[in-house]
Write a protein that binds this ligand. Structure first.
Ligand code: FAD
Ligand code: SF4
Length: 518
């Protein structure tokens, strides 16, 4: 391309927009338009992004740029070595050089990026063309129309609506296959003493030359980022993502449902799909993922409880939280309904804690940027909630540390579902439990110095102590919720002496956590 001639559209591709069927390509003309991808410092430091997450984004963007070049498309790629501070800085330089008529991109998954780009275009008096994101299953506007009809919106009703309108897992009378919408009752099993049989699982992908170069660049230019890069095995291109999908459907989907909530020492992945990063970077399309799961059911290779449980996560939770993110996007970053203000304990960055459940859940995040749903909700999230950590600090940690973290999905899950900072927009009640829940769902407690049954004394499990403390502090409104009334009744029925001992212990635990956080 002649760099002195004015171009028509500067087409910006963000790191989580790596789909070849994007609306960006519908009207793309390689003679007049230019594609731009930038690796910039601030997207890894403000907000923070771990080494694993950054490597996934850089490597996937570099692979995508290569694929575009192979199609003979004009690509401008600026790596982290070029030291651009922000996307706005990098774009400003390119706008001055190329003098485009407009900036074109698909709606970003983060309102912060959208606002920055709107400001930039105003400054440069440049048209901004925002394109609809057709990666998702729900069409633009569909969620808000549905929301308007709902008195009390809940994920379950949205999920049923999606199944009905998309004809997914329905019988010939348009009723749910097998007679039930939900097989959660079958999906809460724990492992026997022998633990999971995961011999069939293989490691994912060995870093190729592009990934190795991205890792080198991160170590050189962003050495201060949290987490480690000794092992990196995430899919970084569509071809690998499709292989990962096939591997999941064949090897892990059959037992996905049954053990969806279970945890086991040194087994971070179990029967989960590990597909969230590929879905969120748009290397995979959610509909093709669902199609493969349905096919496995039809061919008798996976049971209904697993297939339904898996599909619920994608057309239910994934689409639902995205709808809520855009509905409430201006409010999220101020939310703190419970008015928690404690600091995030330092061990969230090091995994240096004696609490086995937290040590395991955090060390795998530092090593691989991964935790499955129950680890995120009922270990790392639950502990932060019960110890009254400022939810915005919790949100920044989640956004930084997980490879699949993008604002539209991370924020409602963390601030809403996990920290109840939204006062009940995402979930109808806070997800709270004592150490007994963790003991039931895992073998962590068997190798922990604490005892999940004890709330007081030297061996008291901090989760159990903090759980009762949370109930004591929030008793008045928790008791109004029929699903939590029983838990508050248990607290009421305790003797005054026991209550006092628990609350004293709770204050000691929080005090020592706050000293550790300094
Ligand atoms: P599987 O267990 O195999 O589930 C299949 C797919 O369903 C996932 O790949 C994902 O795309 C989707 N899914 C499942 N649960 C959810 C959910 N609650 N919301 C949206 N999609 C869901 N997910 C992210 O993709 N990015 C995040 O930043 C993120 N942050 C979270 C923070 C907290 C506090 C909590 C409680 C959950 C968060 N989740 C997030 C949701 C969920 O934990 C992950 O999607 C899942 O663990 C990813 O692993 P997997 O691909 O093996 O999922
Ligand atoms: Fe976690 Fe408590 Fe069990 Fe230890 S005893 S692993 S801290 S739940």
């Amino acid at each position: 391309m002649d760099t002195h001639k004015q171009i028509r559209s500067l087409c910006l591709v963000l790191g989580d927009q790596l789909n070849h069927d994007s609306t960006l390509w519908h009207d793309f003309d390689p003679r007049q338009d230019l594609i731009a991808l930038f690796e910039v410092k601030e997207e890894s430091t403000h907000p923070l992004s771990s080494k694993q997450r950054t490597a996934l984004f850089f490597s996937s963007m570099r692979h995508f740029a290569e694929e575009l070049r192979e199609k003979q498309l004009p690509v401008f790629y600026s790596t982290i070595a070029e030291q651009h501070r922000s996307i706005s800085d990098a774009l400003t330089a390119l706008i001055r050089q190329q003098r485009p008529e407009k900036l074109r991109l698909v709606l970003p998954g983060d309102t912060r990026v959208l606002t920055d780009l709107q400001t930039l275009c105003k400054t440069h008096d440049l048209d901004l063309e925002l394109l609809a994101d057709h990666h998702f299953i729900s069409r633009p506007g569909e969620f808000s129309r549905w929301l308007k009809k709902m008195k009390q919106p809940r994920m379950e009703y949205w999920y049923r609506e999606m199944r009905k309108t998309r004809q997914i897992l329905l019988d010939e009378h348009s009723k749910p296959l097998g007679g039930k919408w939900n097989y959660d009752q079958d999906n809460r099993q724990t492992f026997s003493h022998n633990g999971p049989d995961i011999t069939a699982l293989k490691p994912l992908f060995t870093p190729d030359a592009i990934t190795q170069a991205a890792i080198r660049d991160i170590n050189n230019h962003l050495p201060q980022l949290p987490g480690k890069l000794d092992q990196f095995s995430w899919p970084v291109c569509r071809e690998q993502a499709l292989l990962a999908l096939d591997q999941f459907i064949e090897q892990r989907l059959p037992l996905f449902g049954q053990y969806q909530d279970a945890m086991w020492i040194d087994e971070p992945f179990l029967y989960h799909s590990w597909l969230s990063s590929s879905l969120n970077l748009k290397l995979l399309n959610p509909m093709e993922v669902i199609g493969k799961a349905v096919q496995a059911l039809e061919q008798g290779n996976a049971p209904l409880n697993s297939v339904e449980g898996f599909i619920r996560q994608i057309i239910g939770w994934r689409e639902y939280v995205r709808g809520l993110y855009w509905t409430h996007h201006t409010d999220w970053e101020q939310m703190n309904w419970l008015q928690h203000s404690n600091r995030l304990p330092n061990f969230y960055w090091t995994a240096d804690t004696q609490m086995k459940c937290l040590q395991q859940s955090i060390s795998q995040v530092l090593d691989a940027g991964y935790g499955h749903h129950i680890q995120r909700l009922m270990i790392t999230g639950l502990f932060a909630l019960l110890s009254k950590v400022d939810p915005q600090q919790v949100h920044r940690w989640y956004l930084a540390m997980y490879v699949d973290a993008v604002a539209w999905v991370e924020i409602p899950n963390t601030l809403g579902m996990s920290q109840f900072a939204d006062g009940g927009i995402v979930a109808s009640k806070p997800y709270i439990a004592s150490g007994n829940y963790i003991s039931r769902m895992s073998n962590y407690c068997s190798r922990c110095p604490y005892n999940p049954k004890q709330a007081t004394g030297d061996q008291a499990c901090p989760f159990t102590t903090l759980y009762w403390g949370f109930i004591a502090d929030n008793q008045s409104w928790l008791s109004q919720n029929p699903r939590l009334a029983m838990q508050t009744k248990h607290w009421e029925n305790k003797e005054a002496k026991e209550k006092k001992a628990i609350l004293t212990r709770r204050d000691e635990v929080i005090h020592s956590l706050q000293i550790e956080a300094e």
